[in-house]
Ligand binder design. Structure first.
Ligand SMILES: Cc1ncc(C[n+]2csc(CCOP(=O)(O)OP(=O)(O)O)c2C)c(N)n1
Ligand SMILES: [Mg+2]
Length: 361
């Protein structure tokens, strides 16, 4: 994913890009994904407040870490089991703004689930993104299973999963990490620590300063990385992917991020976070920090930024119009996709002949 198209002319490489082994075009593209995820997320809140979509669970404050960490994984080859805040991860790994917004609208053409899943439960068979499960942390077991299959089949694939620090306390995490460590599976475990599990602060969830401190209990590396620093996140993930591909086993990466919104559109975080705390969180936003870093390095010029902003605005507009125009799933197809092969690949828009013979047991 990180490799840019090489041509006869050497791509521009600033000191900043060279310091992490990338070229300037990579950094500009990373910035575009961070900004796109934010713009799409902001649009979701407007659509929610306008009564067009029922529920938003936001990635705002997580985008920089998600793009940096997803970058070294190989699109269409590696696997990611994301969670409900993984909008930037899913975009970086190949989903489009249309894919994200049709999931919010639960249309028949939504690739995540054809309108069956809760909003925010993104997934894409086409892009090796495993469908999100509502019980938190179960995705770790899915990703470890995929890593086991990759090892047995010698495919060279790496599996990653991400979740919050609260979710990382679930029993599934211990079982999966222990198994992955014993068998040196090609697996990367990402904890996006935003300091809260809904209204419960981190100190009431985890008894050690960092979730990554627990990695030593599994005999695997545990890396703490500043989620505001997109390139530091990239480097942590790049090294973890290299270890995994080399057969050296899993890595736990904990990115310290912030949650700029309430837990969801049904939550009001001013009830349990002070105005001072929320004000301070704004300074931990990777979007302006990354933009300033790229301007300082003379990678992001006014012209480039303007063209990125125009493209993002057009993409968000297009995705909204598209999702608005798409049909709801046909109720007669409600039992499709429960078992493999029980429906075609197309969207469940119109009743089909088979549905009349299906039963509900
Ligand atoms: C097994 C299970 N328990 C509880 C919930 C309800 N729940 C949904 S999100 C959430 C908070 C998770 O916090 P964290 O893992 O820190 O992620 P964040 O939302 O902060 O990104 C909870 C308790 C759930 N979905 N699944
Ligand atoms: Mg959290």
């Amino acid at each position: 994913m990180a490799a840019t198209t090489r041509s006869d002319t050497r791509p521009a490489t600033s000191d900043l890009a060279a310091s992490v082994g990338l070229v300037d075009a990579d950094l500009v593209e990373m910035y575009r994904y961070v900004a796109l995820a934010r713009a799409l997320d902001e649009r979701m809140w407007i659509l929610n407040r306008a009564g067009r979509i029922p529920f938003v669970i936001s990635g705002q404050g997580h985008e920089g870490a998600q793009v940096g960490i997803a970058w070294p994984f190989q699109r269409g080859h590696d696997w990611i089991a994301p969670f409900y805040r993984s909008i930037a991860t899913c975009l970086t790994f190949g989903m489009s703004p249309r894919d994200i917004l049709t999931a919010q609208y639960a249309t028949a053409t939504d690739p995540s689930s054809g309108g069956r899943q809760m909003p925010g439960h993104y997934g894409s068979r086409q892009h090796n993104l495993v469908s999100v499960s509502s019980p938190v942390a179960t995705q770790l077991l899915h990703a470890v299973g995929i890593a086991l299959a990759a090892k047995i089949r010698r495919t060279g694939q790496v599996a990653m999963t991400s979740m919050g620090e609260g979710s990382s306390n679930q029993g599934d995490v211990h079982e999966g990490l222990n198994f992955a460590a014993i068998h040196k599976l090609p697996f990367v475990f990402v904890v996006e620590n935003n300091g809260y599990a809904i209204s419960v602060p981190a100190a009431r969830q985890v008894s050690v300063p960092n979730v990554a401190d627990r990695a030593s209990g599994y005999g695997i590396p545990g890396i703490v990385v500043d989620g505001v620093d997109v390139l530091a996140c990239y480097v942590a993930a790049r090294d973890a992917v290299a270890r995994a591909r080399a057969g050296q086993g899993p890595t736990l990466i904990e990115a310290k991020v912030t949650r700029l919104t309430g837990h969801s559109s049904d939550d009001q975080q001013t009830k349990y976070r002070s105005a001072e705390e929320l004000e301070a969180e704004l300074k931990r936003d990777a979007l302006p920090a990354f933009r300033a870093q790229l301007i300082e390095a003379e990678i992001l010029t006014e012209a480039i930024e303007a063209s990125i902003a125009a493209k993002i605005a057009a993409d968000v507009e297009d995705a909204t119009d598209y999702a608005e125009s798409q049909p709801d799933p046909d109720p007669a197809t409600a039992l499709h996709h429960v078992y493999a092969g029980d429906a075609g690949d197309g969207p469940d828009v119109a009743p089909d002949a088979d549905s009349a013979t299906e039963t509900s047991d």
